[in-house]
Design a protein around this ligand. Structure first.
Ligand code: ADP
Ligand code: ASP
Ligand code: MG
Length: 597
């Protein structure tokens, strides 16, 4: 079988005729080296933005179907021009829309998910020696309507075509020479990574690193497609996104979401079913919940906060109001002009103190943290938007990301699949639609303890004091800190916040002792311990981008009458802390819900 290469060119890389010619020349070169070539192209320059604002000139909410009809034209223009440029360069070429290829999607206009892709037409053209120029970002629904895959979705088209064609690799040509430790437009000292693993890239992309669409990484990881991100304007080597071993340092990269809004539902009854109710209302409106923070209830009254993109705030508020109307006595509060800064690194679990260091760095620049969530490979903090750039630069320097690492994530292609990867593979084989949720496993760690410190003063430095003490160990021997797992900080009320975290059961008392010291120094804050809790984790791929996962999880827990104490989410894992004696019941219910034996 001839080898196939997929080359994707983003908006700036096809911005004018000279760039289109340049892109065409790359495809021709790859073909001359003996490969069959599929190009995936985006709309030129800012075309999609222009179309969006054009639609906005009409005094109505543009109908979603017409919006997709409109936006898809940007890519249609590009593919036709690219095919002409290829002809000019002496190559045989054919342009195809999503519909002509046979990319079928569901009918959620604006964020459609790919169900299946036909390959026969593509293969016919390739075998006839043509370069196929595929329109990115679009598909067609069962009813024959044009759909789009979400902004930045051409990456997804490219990864998906590479997967179904069994391409040797998928090259993403863009306006930066690779994936950097952070967006180089925010921090010029950012460094290019030579290689990064799917998990870290997925987490970075979904936490705001706009260089790749997160669903394209979901896809690539699921189907094992290696992706190379590189510059369309130079020949320097880019970044390989592929399976990777242990990274060289605790933090691989940072990501920023600049347009976050917070929604808090307070005064909620602390009983099973409440979270399910809230998640259902959000999922009904396809609102992506980001940082979800639920802290321990006080006197039977619980509170949950989450962040949503600023543009979804109105919808989220409407959904939240509807949820609290059904729950007596609850109220909704909102925070705007916020930004989320995240540090991601697969090396975090083995190197405690990453969270503490991030908190200390933010405290040192006087930046207050509103919410915190962690997963095993990331720490996210919600801060004021006007501090975001400064915060990114400070954290970047603190983790020495501006310094060269020995080597980025080591090569691991020749290693056998890990049990987690194996499970994902098995689940992928049974999928109906290509972008279905992959839930690989539901596991229970029944030997955890939960500590809560409250009330704590709401000012910079409190989180740093606490986690330096707990994760760092006592002052005379800082190497013996406790193994801190989930960290959750909810919003403050009247100047006071609460912080909860989990540690292994055996370390509960020790961690409590360590936590007591800063509390004494602050002059407030009592440490409460629940020495026996269970942590239930759902692992898989793309869990947060599928709004339905949280819903299914909380509905299953509600049905089993299990109360949720803490929540932590990431793209690869959703964890909830429940009472130890409810752990088994919880795991059974959740396994049932996800069809895992
Ligand atoms: P394209 O139109 O080619 O798809 P995008 O604008 O979607 O290009 O993505 C490239 C941009 O992503 C860069 O210009 C850069 O500002 C931004 N970016 C964000 N995070 C990163 C990162 N970690 N590494 C490199 N670029 C990043
Ligand atoms: N043109 C679309 C957008 O601007 C898709 C893409 O470029 O990936 O979002
Ligand atoms: Mg892009």
């Amino acid at each position: 079988m001839p080898r196939i290469i997929v080359q994707k060119f983003g908006g700036t890389s096809v911005g004018d005729t000279s760039r289109i010619r340049r892109a065409a020349a790359r495809a021709v070169a790859a073909q001359q080296e003996g490969a069959q070539v599929v190009m995936v192209v985006s709309a030129r320059g800012k075309k999609t933005d222009e179309l969006v604002s054009l639609a906005g000139e009409f005094d109505i909410e543009p109908p979603a179907r017409e919006m997709d009809m409109l936006l898809a034209t940007g890519e249609q223009e590009s593919v036709a021009l690219m095919a002409m440029a290829l002809r000019e360069a002496g190559a045989e070429a054919v342009s195809l829309t999503g519909g002509q290829i046979g990319i079928s999607t569901d009918d959620t206009y604006g964020k459609a998910r790919i169900r299946a892709i036909k390959t026969d037409r593509l293969r016919e053209h390739l075998d006839a020696g043509r370069i196929v120029v595929a329109a990115g970002f679009q598909g067609v629904s069962d009813s024959g309507d044009i759909t789009t895959l979400g902004r930045g979705g051409s990456d997804l088209t490219a990864a998906a075509l590479a997967a179904v064609l069994g391409a040797e690799r998928c090259e993403i040509y863009t306006d930066v020479p690779g994936v950097f430790t952070v967006d180089p437009r925010i921090e010029p000292a950012a460094r290019k990574l030579s290689r990064i693993g799917y998990d870290e890239m997925l987490e970075l992309a979904s936490l705001g690193a706009g260089v790749m669409h997160s669903r394209s990484i979901e896809f690539a990881g699921k189907y094992g497609v290696p992706i190379e991100v590189r510059s369309s304007l130079s020949d320097e080597p880019g970044t390989l996104i592929a399976r990777a071993g242990a990274p060289a340092r605790p933090v691989t990269g940072l990501a920023l979401v600049r347009d976050a809004a917070r929604v808090t539902l307070a005064g909620l009854p602390d009983r099973p079913g409440v979270m399910a109710e809230i998640f259902r209302r959000m999922a009904d409106r396809a609102i992506p919940l980001d940082m979800v923070v639920q802290d321990l209830s006080v006197q039977g009254i619980a509170e949950v906060s989450f962040t949503v993109p600023q543009e979804d705030l109105a919808g989220a508020l409407a959904a939240a109001k509807a949820a609290v109307d059904a729950l007596d006595g609850a109220e909704v509060t909102v925070g705007t002009d916020l930004a989320k800064i995240s540090a991601v690194g697969a090396g975090m679990p083995d190197r405690p103190g990453v969270a503490a260091k991030m908190f200390r760095t933010l405290a040192d620049i006087g930046c207050n943290v509103e919410l915190v969530t962690t997963s095993e490979i990331k720490v996210s903090c919600l801060i004021a938007r006007d501090r975001a750039n400064e915060a990114i630069r400070a954290v970047h320097a603190a983790f020495e990301l501006d310094q060269a690492a020995d080597a980025d994530a080591a090569h691991r292609d020749d290693h056998p699949l890990s049990p987690q990867e194996q499970r994902v593979r098995t689940v992928v084989e049974g999928l109906q639609g290509m972008e279905d949720i992959v839930v690989a496993d539901v596991s229970l760690d029944a030997h955890q303890a939960r500590l809560s410190v409250r009330p704590v003063p709401d000012r910079p430095g409190v989180l740093a004091d606490l986690f330096e003490a707990v994760a760092g160990g006592p002052e005379d021997d800082p190497s013996t800190g406790a193994t801190v797992d989930m960290i959750v900080q909810n919003v403050s009320h009247a100047g006071h916040a609460a912080i909860s975290f989990t540690v292994p059961e055996s370390e509960a008392n020790y961690a409590a002792e360590l936590a007591a010291a800063p509390a004494v120094r602050w002059g407030e804050g009592a440490v409460q311990i629940d020495p026996h809790v269970a942590k239930l984790s759902v692992t898989g791929v793309g869990l947060r981008s599928h709004t339905g996962v949280g819903l299914k999880l909380f509905a299953a827990l509600a049905e089993a009458k299990v109360n949720v104490q803490l929540i932590g989410t990431s793209e690869m894992r959703v964890s909830v802390v429940v009472a130890a004696n409810e752990g088994e019941r919880a795991v059974e219910a959740v396994r049932g819900a996800f069809g895992i034996g």
